[in-house]
Design a protein around this ligand. Structure first.
Ligand code: AOF
Ligand code: ZN
Length: 390
């Protein structure tokens, strides 16, 4: 919830209400949202925001500056866009996917920078729940005489910063659960190793989704059975691999496994009980693995997921892709910790011996809102929103 309110009229120095949306606003905001996607998963605890500066000198609107939140989260998007536009920012419109910030953090407020550059109008999309901003950015702009139009494509923009919003509102990272289902609705064979359900097009899509998350989480069972790499293998995007989290309460992961052997190139964290084997912990730590302590839920004896997610949020993780294990999927769903659900239905049949997932496409359809459905080769990809963020 934003505390945004139209400020009281302040005479010559500012307008008193939000300016109405113009027909071209959605067009430029859609472009800005696409641009913001570029750094999703790479800005730490900061959201990936984009700014486009557009001016019209009578021959139609043109983009004269663009910026996206820098890797690691700073500088903010507005700074890059204003630097590129230079003097052309004077009298122009700035499209920003998030309300410009109003606080003196490690950089001065973006709202102030926009005013100082002579921007005539700011169009923003998502509201910023950070209490240091939360309406104050808009107020600062209006007090500086800038016309402000807000909430243009708010939902679409919010979706690009889902993890950030969830962290602020729920104190935990945003969670995407992804499961591949065979045509007969199974997700693998117990003890059968890795079963190939999906084809190369949806696999590439999965790698793109991995790159957009801060971390990818699987259970120790999946890690032991499949010995996966859990990285992003798209050409040129290897550097965008998310951190890996293995949910391994009894510490069954061994230093010989791929995730441990590659822990120095891709950060790898094991969530384990404090009581788990100290020698094994030491051997894994030697390989570069780090640990996050987890506790058992007193009722079920299972790992207490809400507490674990809280601790992971405290380490700076904003979004997690849960990719492995029917039990883990079931636990996240049962605890109401899934914000986005991706189901990929492959053409392969597994048969009666296959593992039954905690939910299928029909159940997901009845419970959640389908955001999009795509056909990737022989597979169908379903993307559901389980928790609404706007
Ligand atoms: C913007 N533009 O591109 C981003 C914003 O630690 P700091 O000082 O960088 O501040 C972090 C906060 O800045 C973050 O919580 C959010 O409110 C805002 N992020 N704001 O104007 C941007 N990334
Ligand atoms: Zn800022």
């Amino acid at each position: 919830m934003t505390t945004d309110a139209a400020p009281v009229a302040n005479g010559a120095s500012g307008a008193s209400a939000f300016a109405p949306e113009r027909p071209e606003d959605r067009w430029f905001m859609a472009a800005a949202i696409r641009y913001a996607m570029r750094h999703v998963g790479r800005t730490g605890t900061n959201p990936s925001v984009a700014t486009l500066i557009v001016r019209n000198d009578g021959e139609g609107p043109r983009i004269v500056g663009r910026g996206v939140t820098a890797l690691g989260g700073r500088p903010h998007a507005e700074a890059g866009a204003l630097a590129e536009a230079g003097e052309l920012a004077r009298g122009a419109t700035a499209y920003v996917t998030l309300e410009p910030c109003a606080h003196h953090g490690r950089t001065p407020p973006c709202a102030e920078a926009l005013v100082r550059a002579g921007i005539a109008r700011v169009v923003s999309a998502a509201a910023d729940p950070d209490p240091r901003v939360d309406g104050k950015g808009h107020q600062m702009l209006m007090a500086g005489g800038v016309a402000v139009t807000r909430r243009v494509m708010e939902r679409e923009a919010a979706r690009t910063i889902e993890g950030y919003l969830t962290r602020h509102r729920r104190g935990r990272p945003g969670v995407t659960l992804k499961m591949a289902l065979s045509r007969d609705g199974r997700i693998g064979i117990r003890g059968g190793g890795q079963v190939k359900i999906t084809g190369p097009v949806s696999d590439a899509q999965t790698h793109l989704v991995r790159a957009r998350h801060d971390a990818i989480l699987v259970g120790a069972g999946t890690a032991l059975e499949d010995d996966p790499r859990l990285d992003c293998r798209l050409p040129g995007m290897a550097g965008r691999s998310p951190a890996r989290i293995i949910l391994d309460p009894n510490l069954r992961t061994s230093p010989e496994m791929t995730v441990a052997r590659t822990a120095r190139s891709v950060p790898t964290m094991i969530a384990t009980f404090e009581t788990s084997d100290p020698q094994r912990q030491a051997a894994l730590a030697e390989a570069g693995v780090t640990f996050v302590a987890c506790v058992a839920d007193p009722a079920s004896g299972r790992v207490a997921l809400p507490e674990l997610l809280e601790d992971l949020a405290a380490t700076g993780i904003t979004s997690i892709l849960v990719e492995g294990g029917a039990n883990i999927a079931a636990s996240f769903l049962a605890d109401g910790l899934v914000d986005r659900l991706i189901l990929v239905e492959g053409a392969v049949e597994i048969g009666e011996a296959g593992i039954v997932p905690p939910l299928d496409v029909a159940a997901a359809r009845s419970r959640y809102r389908l955001l999009r459905q795509d056909v990737f080769g022989a597979d169908t990809w379903f993307d559901f929103a389980c928790e609404e963020i706007v």
